[in-house]
Ligand binder design. Structure first.
Ligand SMILES: *Cc1c(COP(=O)(O)O)cnc(C)c1O
Length: 381
């Protein structure tokens, strides 16, 4: 637990716990919560946050890949882990051996998991993905699919625990259509004696804007991390992370001097330029170069000057009184005190919020805070 770099992602575990408990208040006791920790917990470091998530009352942890599920298994032997995306046939033995709930949408894969479960003398839990229009993964809505699901349900070493689908969130009308297709399939299956403990359709946004569609379980990602600026407005979540660093060096420039590659920025007045120890290799968008982006130092905005380098960037601190080497720099804050939040960054570079937070690199140590004290540090490199 040693810190060896100034550029860190600070993760506030008190806020994470608060958000999970707040979501529990919102969805109630009768709806299970699958907390989505794919993409390294949306950048926050899965290993560093899962215990808080489990203790906070999550019923399931959900990820995209088998590798992510196995990472969780190394930390926790008995929590429930759902792989929501596809796992190739050749890896399915690992799904079984690690007691992971795999999403399937073919009889072929169901049989493979069933056979391995027999080999290891156990029952494996699976969720079936049903495609109601997104056209990504899942059984197409048709009688043939329902027949296959019936076959899957009969396999002796499978516990078919869930059936789920995913909203495209195009608009209320389309989402209603998807929901109605899902309900039609569920009713048809139920009439054949096929039932599921968890039927689920809603992600963060849908869980808030469509309380009527929470069904048995909601799959909560972004909202748990307190990423702000969703179309559902403010539901009282607290952002859990701050991307920060410290000034490496400050230089005084005369009029006409350039900064960085191509001297892309040139001093139009006597300027103070601070060099910061992070760059695009840490996941900071290079598109924010030369005045498009800014960081926050002593509560004031410092615009990026010149091109962002791989490992460093320069900012104009001329107007920041008392600025010094070693000053704290907020790269992504919560939007308060002149900081830019993830929503703000995503608007500047024309992408979505999840992309910005999930691409913070593994070179950045994750530093975990509880009661204002550092309780854990993860160095991936
Ligand atoms: C990522 C993902 C979620 C969570 O999405 P958020 O918008 O972050 O809540 C839910 N369901 C599936 C299938 C996903 O892939």
């Amino acid at each position: 637990m040693e810190l060896l770099r100034d550029t860190i992602l600070e993760v506030n575990l008190d806020n994470l716990e608060y958000n999970i408990k707040r979501m529990r208040e919102i969805v109630g006791q009768d709806v299970a919560m699958a907390i989505v920790v794919k993409a390294n917990g949306y950048g926050n470091g899965t290993r560093g946050i899962i215990n808080t998530i489990i203790d906070g009352g999550a019923d399931y942890l959900a990820v995209a890949t088998l590798t992510e599920a196995i990472e969780i298994r190394r930390e926790s032997k008995d929590c429930k882990v759902l792989v929501m995306a596809f796992t190739s046939d050749e890896y399915l033995e690992h799904v079984v051996k690690n007691n992971i709930t795999q999403t399937i949408f073919s009889l072929r894969q169901a049989k493979i998991i069933n056979d391995f479960s027999e080999k290891y003398n156990m029952k494996s839990t699976v969720h079936i993905k049903y495609d109601t229009g997104f056209n990504r993964l899942g059984f197409k809505h048709c009688e043939e699919s329902l027949k296959e699901i019936e076959e899957i349900y009969k396999l002796p070493n499978l516990n078919v625990e869930g059936l789920f689908t995913h909203f495209s969130l195009k608009n209320k009308e389309e989402d209603d259509k998807q929901y109605n297709i899902f309900i039609e399939a569920i009713k048809e299956l139920e009439s054949r004696g096929i039932t599921f403990k968890y039927k689920h359709i809603s992600d963060s946004i849908a869980s808030i804007i469509y309380p009527q569609y929470r069904m048995d379980m909601v799959r909560l990602g972004a909202i748990i991390y307190g990423i702000k600026g969703f179309s559902y407005g403010d539901v009282g979540m607290k952002q859990i992370f701050t991307f920060k660093t410290k000034i490496s060096s400050i230089k005084k420039l005369s009029i006409g001097e350039g900064v960085g590659y191509d001297y892309m920025w040139q001093a139009e007045r006597e300027s103070l330029i601070a060099t910061l120890p992070f760059g695009y290799a840490d996941g900071f968008p290079r598109d924010l170069s030369n005045g498009k982006g800014f960081v926050t130092i002593r509560g004031q905005r410092a615009p990026i000057t010149g091109l962002i380098c791989m490992d460093q960037c320069m900012v104009d601190v001329t107007d920041i009184e008392g600025v010094m080497d070693g000053d704290e720099v907020i790269i992504y804050g919560d939007g308060e005190n002149n900081t830019i939040d993830i929503h703000g960054v995503s608007l500047l570079v024309k992408t979505n919020k999840n992309e910005i937070i999930s691409r913070i690199g593994l070179r950045v140590p994750r530093v975990y805070i509880r009661d204002n004290k550092i309780v854990n540090i993860i160095n991936y490199i």
